[in-house]
Design a protein around this ligand. Structure first.
Ligand code: ADP
Ligand code: MG
Length: 196
């Protein structure tokens, strides 16, 4: 079973990926909890340095790096764990590249690059108003800052909605609910899928 968590920054997806991994482990499932961009890898490191503006890269370069990072993530971690019968839970996956990346480069090109990547058995997409996402991460910013960032995140969300309609196995999660309620909803969907 391969499960991905997706959503805008601040929507609560990392929190729920951790909770699901813990609960599955407690219930006797072997789990690999992982994330993208990957942690302790050369390509993951390059991506973080570009995002932190330590060096400059063309938008296409950044997207190619995200894609290369994913290819290695699949080869070295995800595929071997699935072969071992583990459940793989990834905090962000190719849909983050499509939704965020399409702000800078063509979505069609990104989809072409991702054509041969494994599609998760379940993708949870966390739906939360961009303003609330920003509040959860930063507390209240200035109104103008909030407005500017809101505009951008609203476009990223539009991309996510298009993707959710185009790919299989998406579950849109109402992320306004409490952490506990969302956890229960996620659990029910995963257990339902396991019993299929
Ligand atoms: P993401 O990974 O989507 O960026 P996080 O899981 O890191 O989001 O959560 C962002 C912030 O919001 C954290 O401070 C987290 O504790 C808080 N948070 C997560 N889920 C909820 C929720 N359901 N309700 C309120 N706050 C939440
Ligand atoms: Mg996160």
């Amino acid at each position: 079973m391969f499960i991905a968590f997706e959503g805008l920054d601040g929507s609560g997806s990392s929190t729920q990926s951790r909770l699901l991994a813990e609960r599955m482990e407690k219930n006797g499932h072997a789990v690999l909890l992982t994330k993208e961009p990957t942690g302790d890898t050369p390509i993951g490191k390059m991506i973080r340095e570009i995002l932190q503006h330590k060096w400059e890269a063309a938008p296409h370069t950044l997207q190619l790096l995200f894609t290369a990072d994913r290819a290695e993530h699949l080869r070295t971690q995800i595929e071997p764990a699935l072969q071992n019968g583990q459940t793989v839970i990834t905090d962000r996956y190719l849909f983050s590249t499509l939704a965020y990346g399409a702000m800078d480069v063509r979505m069609g090109w990104l989809r072409e690059l991702s054509r041969f990547f494994r599609i998760p058995d379940i993708t949870f997409l966390f739906k939360l108003d961009p303003r609330e996402c920003i509040r959860r991460i930063t507390g209240r910013g200035s109104d103008f800052e909030l407005f500017e960032r809101h505009e951008k995140l609203a476009k990223v969300w539009e991309n996510y909605e298009k993707i959710a309609a185009d790919f299989p196995n998406f579950h849109i999660i109402d992320a306004t609910k409490s952490i506990e309620e969302i956890g229960e909803g996620v659990w029910t969907i995963v257990m339902g899928k396991i019993q299929e």
